[in-house]
Structure formats: C-alpha cells, structure tokens
Ligand binder design. Structure first.
Ligand SMILES: *Cc1c(COP(=O)(O)O)cnc(C)c1O
Length: 385
C-alpha cells in the first residue's frame, strides 16, 4: 500500500499527477464545471452529436423497447436486433461486405490484432500509433516491429526482410496527438507488394474526413475492399460508444470466433447501439456539420499560425499548440482555464520529451466567435509565458 502512495507522490512531484474534471452539463461547445461555463476545446465530439437530442431520443426509445442491459455476451444471448441494425448501418456507411461492433474502440483494436496475428507472425506499427494498438500488438504474442512515424521507406525495408508467418501493418489514419495523416496510398501499395495485411484505425477520421465522412480511406480515394481491415470508433464524431471493424464477411466471422474482447464481455446496451445508429444517420444526412467543423478548423489553424504559434504538421481538427516544457504547457492551460477555456496540457509520455503542448479540437457546434475568443486568449497569455 505504501508503494502506491510513493508512486502518486512521485507523479505529483514531476507535475504528472492527473485527475478528471467533473462535467455537470451535456457535452457541447460549452460545458459546466463547478457551476461555471467553459468553452470546451478538447473533446472528440467533433460534430456535436454526443449532446444531440436525436441521439438521446433514439437511446430513450431503445431503452423503452429493449431495457437497459443485455445480460450476456454477444455469443450467448446478448446479441439483440439493435446490434444487427447497428452493424448493418456500419456496413452501409463504410461500403464493406460486413462489420462487427465491439463495446469500445480500445477493445476493437486489442481483440482484432490478437485475432489476426499470434506467435510466429510479425506486426508492424507506426511509432505514434494509439496505445490500444500497441496493447493489442503486445497481447497478440506476434513479433512487434515499430517503424518511425509515417516512414514508408523504412517499413518497405522491414517488410522486405525474410520472415515466416503472417505480416500485419497497423496504423492510425489520423494521428491523435499531432493531427497528421498516415500516407495511406503508399502504405496500401507497400502492403500489397509484400503480402502484408493492412489494418487502419479511423478513430479520428470517422465522420470527419472524406466527402461523405467515411474516413481517411475515402479522403485518399482508396476504394472499400482494398484495405482488408478498417477499424473505427463510434465514441468520437458519432457521438456514442463502441468500436467497429469493417471488412469482408470472412473477417467479421473470424472476429466473432476469435476476438477475445468480443467474446468475453457483455454486449453493448441497446440504448448505446440506437444512439450510434442515429449518429451515423446524421453524419450521412447532414454534411453541413462536417463543413462547419472544417470551417472552424481552418479558422483556428490560420489564426494560430498568424499569431506565431507552432501547430506542427496537423491537417485535421486535432490542433497541437506546441509549448515544449511541461510546466509551461500546464501553466498555459491553467491561464486558459481562467479565461473559461478548457484545453488541457498533453505531456510526456503521451508525447515525446520536450514536446509538451496544448491539444485543441474545434467542433462543428462552435461559433466563429468561440474560436476568436480562444485565439485572443492564447495570444495574450502565450506571450506572457
Ligand atoms: C480513441 C481512440 C481509440 C479508442 O476508442 P474508444 O472508443 O475511445 O475506446 C482507438 N484508436 C484511436 C486512434 C483513438 O484515438
């Protein structure tokens, strides 16, 4: 027990102790904390759907019809009509043959990677991939080869080495701390040439990128079916909770039979599935939301660059404001909090040493004035540091 205290004290001393804020309102462009309103610039609720009344209505109707819990895992008696409706909605949205839904995106990554590769196989991972991908790689027992960020040449050389067993290449399509994009056309080509499976994590691209919001593969014009394994989450732009994997019928059947995080956990509640179906429908029917998100994104990027901030290589709403020093990043975040702006500091080990930053994310439901307010606050506070 005393060891726990020491661990916590060490974290506190390094300025790395974290604890959650309590949000007292709906998730939206503004949130209430301790009775006061804050502009929320750190949510993945990109399109504002997490607080949308249509999703809440769908959830209520499903709870009325089906109750709250599912009582069992998907393969026992937990699969209900609404799970099938949700998986059909994902199939329509992604244009694949089949899809299956896990309770979270984290579980989708862990279970899928474990189902696809094991001891004797090799998995190739971009250095900046999401933690859930790394956890899946480690749990799989496959040999893990980490390649430098976005470095297709290096990946090509790694894949060219003699190997036995299967090869799986996994990448985020939008990297979650820098907002840059994986070079998908080159990755697809290299994987095809070397007989490797390609798996994409579209967590931050779903609902955000591509003409119809289908993700980065759509953005790059890569047709559905060319990438064998496409994972994404229903908990960010879709406004609900759950992870999906879209691909062939065989892939879906394999996951149902082999993915431990699908098999050994209780099925998602009906209300959550119904909210996801409603969220996907709004993404399909209201492209103006995505247009608003991108308008706010451009405004934020241009405004920060004009004011001399380093926002790195972002090409998406994920907007790092790179400060460098952890203590300074925390201080800048606190100053913004005093201005009623929520934008937490991201520190090592989440980002490399010396690359502490704020991570701002605009939403479709922010106004131009909201973004202006953040820019003005950053310009005045940033200079004082
Ligand atoms: C958020 C995220 C996940 C996990 O999704 P959840 O639904 O939150 O569990 C996986 N991959 C990436 C890249 C993410 O950003």
């Amino acid at each position: 027990m005393s060891g726990w205290r020491k661990t916590l004290d060490d974290l506190a001393e390094a300025g790395l102790l974290r604890r959650p804020l309590i949000i007292e309102s709906r998730q939206g462009p503004r949130v209430r904390i301790d009775g006061a309103d804050y502009l929320c610039f750190c949510s993945n609720n990109y399109l504002g759907l997490a607080g949308h009344p249509a999703l809440a209505e769908a959830a209520k109707a499903a709870a009325d019809q089906y109750g709250t819990g599912t009582g069992a895992s998907r393969l026992v008696s937990g699969t209900m009509r609404i799970h099938r409706e949700l998986e059909d909605a994902v199939v329509r949205f992604k244009g694949t043959e089949a899809a299956i839904v896990f309770p979270t995106g984290y579980m989708a990554n862990v279970g899928t990677i474990q189902a696809l590769v094991g001891r004797g196989d090799t998995v190739y991972c971009d250095r900046l991939n999401h933690a859930s991908i790394f956890d899946g790689c480690r749990l799989s027992g496959a040999t893990l080869r980490v390649y430098p960020h976005r470095d297709v040449d290096r990946l090509r050389r790694l894949l060219g080495r003699k190997r036995e067993g299967r090869a799986l290449v996994v990448t985020d399509t939008v990297f979650s701390m820098d907002g840059d994009l994986a070079p998908l056309p080159d990755l697809a080509e290299v994987c095809e040439r070397h007989g490797a499976m390609l798996m994409l994590d579209e967590a931050h691209a779903t609902g955000v990128l591509g003409e119809n919001g289908r993700g980065a593969a759509e953005h790059f014009g890569i047709e559905p079916g060319r990438v064998p394994v496409v994972m994404g989450t229903l908990s960010k732009a879709v406004g609900s909770l759950g992870g999906y994997v879209a691909g062939s019928r065989d892939l879906a059947d394999l996951l149902v039979n082999k993915a431990r995080s699908f098999i050994y956990t209780t099925a998602l509640p009906p209300a959550v599935c119904a909210a996801s179906v409603a969220g996907l429908r709004i993404i399909e029917e209201e492209p103006e939301r995505r247009a608003a998100l991108w308008a706010r994104t451009r405004q934020l990027h241009d405004g920060l660059r004009e004011r001399g901030f380093d926002i790195g290589p972002t090409e998406t709403p994920i907007t790092p404001v790179i400060v460098g020093d952890s203590a300074q990043a925390v201080e800048l975040s606190q100053r913004l909090f005093e201005h009623h702006i929520l934008a937490p500091a991201i520190r090592p080990p989440t980002v490399p040493d010396g690359a502490a930053r704020l991570r701002l994310t605009p939403m479709a439901t922010h106004t131009a004035e909201n973004v202006q307010h953040v820019l003005a606050a950053l310009a005045s506070q940033g200079r004082k540091l």
